[in-house]
Design a protein around this ligand. Structure first.
Ligand code: G3P
Length: 217
């Protein structure tokens, strides 16, 4: 399963990119709004840093505007994946951009039928938002299971990119279900590194070793 970082902040991406564990980045208008500076310059810098798929979302809501903006974003860098929301205009824009060879990530997916239609429109990725489904008392991960099953049944090449990830549990369950990608906020990636028994175990290894060395003196 591929790991994307869900942020528009270069300084948040850098330490994970340096570890060599990052396969891509996803952004959205809310994430980019948090950053100062020219969004398109930031996106270009992220592409140069990560050298993997970087999702950049259009803000136009009409198909013609999405297509125009999508072409501009795609021209920034070969790593750009154009993100469009799942609306009829978004599906139309996806179909056109995909036919031109542009990779499209259809986002704000909340049902299996939306994911299925996005795949039929040629999406390279679909982004189901599991955390927001949990927020309203449904089980977001059930949607991932449905989408993975449907895509497997019909050999869709569209990748399931699990988004709105709120904990390592979402990551583990996504991997167990066979999702292609999980996009994770930096803070949740950090949580994946931590376990108290690892810290306790390492401390004991080092203490035992030091005591053994001291005994030899
Ligand atoms: O990639 C989509 C993600 O940024 C949305 O996450 O936590 O706002 O639902 P969240």
């Amino acid at each position: 399963m591929k790991l994307f970082v869900d942020t528009g902040n270069l300084k948040e991406i850098e330490p994970f990119a340096a570890l060599g564990i990052i396969d891509g980045v996803t952004t959205n208008p809310s994430l980019m709004a948090r950053e100062s500076g020219d969004p398109r310059k930031i996106l270009k810098q992220i592409c140069e840093l990560v050298q993997g798929p970087v999702s950049a979302e259009v803000v136009a809501t009409d198909a013609a505007g999405m297509i125009r903006e999508g072409r501009e974003l795609a021209a920034l860098d070969t790593h750009i994946v154009v993100k469009v929301p799942f609306t009829k205009d978004g599906v139309k824009a996806c179909k056109t951009l995909a036919s031109e060879g542009t990779r499209v990530n259809v986002t704000l997916i909340f049902s299996a039928t939306q994911a299925w239609l996005a795949a039929k429109a040629g999406a390279a990725y679909v982004s189901p938002f599991v955390g927001r489904l949990d927020d309203i008392g449904t089980t977001g991960m059930n949607l991932i299971r449905e989408i993975v099953d449907i895509f497997d049944n019909f050999d869709f090449t569209t990748e399931v990119l699990v988004a709105s990830v709120r904990s390592p549990i979402h990551i583990v369950e996504s991997a167990r279900m066979g999702a292609d990608v999980v996009t994770v906020p930096p803070a949740v990636i950090e949580q994946c590194f931590k376990h108290p028994l690892t810290d306790i175990g390492l401390a004991k290894f080092l203490k035992d070793w030091e005591q053994a060395q001291a005994a030899k003196v």
